[in-house]
Ligand binder design. Structure first.
Ligand SMILES: Cc1cc2nc3c(=O)[nH]c(=O)nc-3n(C[C@H](O)[C@H](O)[C@H](O)COP(=O)(O)OP(=O)(O)OC[C@H]3O[C@@H](n4cnc5c(N)ncnc54)[C@H](O)[C@@H]3O)c2cc1C
Length: 268
């Protein structure tokens, strides 16, 4: 459907969502589903940057390597993901940090964020923008993972192996713990991996069932990032393709058609 941001907007403006939210905008309630717009997740990102000694050529995709890492070895799966960007990504202005003309950024993300955000309507009309309250870093585990992620970057980027390539670190630089927390809060941006705002499940906050059907509404399915009960550890595009393929199978089957797909050979 319309992605994890616009799907809840379309649903709520059509009368499907939390009744108090709908009523506050004068939208007649078609189906009370309190989970619409809740459970927002994203791989929150913050970049650590080094200045190159001289301009370096950017390879095929600009991101030739990813790292998945655990902030604590006892975790069952990685909670940190890093994309190695072969160019310097500007930190948000709030950090007050200069971006080198030529450089390299380790783009950190929280692979398994614990914080949950919320989407709200600003009005009942199609041109009324959705309000995003990501609530990022509200859970202490997320800040702990973010601190570990920055520490890992700094250990790698400042190691001897990179010294022929770089003149030095430009973000975040040497800081004490509270300075590092300040850097993380000011530099945090979306990874554009928003998910889970109309989740699949069986509890009262679920929006779709295991066939992607919206509870209480005949003939409506959702097939996009919003149905993920929780965000994937890795990038979100390929899982969304799988959701779309699954939706095609389910819809085909409900119309007595058998699925005939070309295999997906590569995903970006
Ligand atoms: C800048 C950027 C970079 C990204 N890079 C990567 C990456 O490198 N790797 C990766 O795995 N993921 C990446 N992602 C994330 C990935 O694109 C998404 O997770 C994925 O596309 C989500 O799929 P979806 O089907 O939920 O939504 P989408 O792919 O966004 O599809 C939603 C569709 O709904 C349409 N739509 C929206 N609103 C309405 C409406 N009101 N009415 C009708 N149609 C509507 C949109 O035009 C769009 O065609 C990136 C995202 C962005 C924004």
């Amino acid at each position: 459907m319309a992605r994890a941001i616009n799907t809840p907007k379309v649903l709520m403006q059509s009368g499907i969502g939390p009744e108090d939210e709908l009523q506050s905008h004068g939208i007649p309630v078609v189906q009370h589903l309190p989970g619409v717009g809740r459970n927002h997740q994203d791989h929150l990102a913050f970049g650590c940057t080094w200045a190159y000694r001289k301009p370096e050529a950017v390879g095929g995709s600009g991101c030739e390597a990813n790292i998945y890492w655990k902030s604590d070895a006892r975790l069952s799966q990685p909670d940190i993901l890093q994309c190695q960007l072969e160019f310097a990504v500007p930190s948000p202005p709030e950090t007050g940090l200069e971006t080198p003309e030529h450089g390299w950024t380790m783009f950190n993300g929280l692979a398994q964020p614990k914080s949950r955000g919320r989407l709200r309507l600003s009005g009942p009309n199609v041109n009324d923008p959705i309000l995003i309250e990501p609530n990022s870093l509200s859970e202490p585990e997320d800040m702990a993972a973010a601190l570990a992620a920055v520490e890992l970057c700094r250990e790698l980027g400042n190691s001897n192996g990179f010294s022929p390539l770089v003149t030095g670190e430009t973000a975040p630089g040497v800081r004490d713990r509270s300075g590092m927390i300040d850097f993380i809060r000011r530099s945090a941006v979306t990874y554009w991996h928003q998910t889970s705002t109309a989740k699949m499940g069986r509890d009262t906050m679920s929006v779709v069932d295991n066939e992607l059907k919206v509870y209480g509404i005949e003939g409506l399915r959702i097939a996009d990032a919003s149905i993920m009960p929780r965000i994937t550890t890795g990038n979100t595009m390929a899982p969304c393709v799988v959701i779309g393929e699954r939706a095609a199978d389910l819809i085909g089957k409900s119309h007595g058609l058998s699925a005939q797909h070309e295999p997906v050979s590569s995903v970006g």
